[in-house]
Design a protein around this ligand. Structure first.
Ligand code: ZN
Length: 66
C-alpha cells in the first residue's frame, strides 16, 4: 500500500492514486514529498508515492528521538 502525496489517502498503485487520480510520474510528480530511488541497471530516477512501511518506520524513529 502507498500513500498519495496529493490527497493523503491509501492507494494500491505506487504511480497512480485510485482516489484522486493523481499520478506520481506526472508533471508535478509527488510534490517532492514522495519516495525517490534510482534503478541501478538503467540509472533512471523513479518517484513514487510513500510506501506505508516507510511511514511506519518514520513514526518509530520519531518516538526514539523524543
Ligand atoms: Zn490521491
Amino acid at each position: 500500500m502507498f500513500i498519495c502525496t496529493n490527497c493523503g489517502q491509501l492507494t494500491d498503485d505506487k504511480y497512480t492514486c485510485l482516489k484522486c487520480g493523481w499520478r506520481a510520474d506526472g508533471l508535478l510528480k509527488t510534490w517532492g514529498k514522495g519516495y525517490k530511488y534510482t534503478i541501478i541497471e538503467t540509472g533512471t530516477n523513479e518517484e513514487i508515492f510513500i510506501p506505508i512501511e516507510l511511514l511506519k518506520e518514520g513514526v518509530k524513529n520519531d518516538k526514539e528521538k523524543s
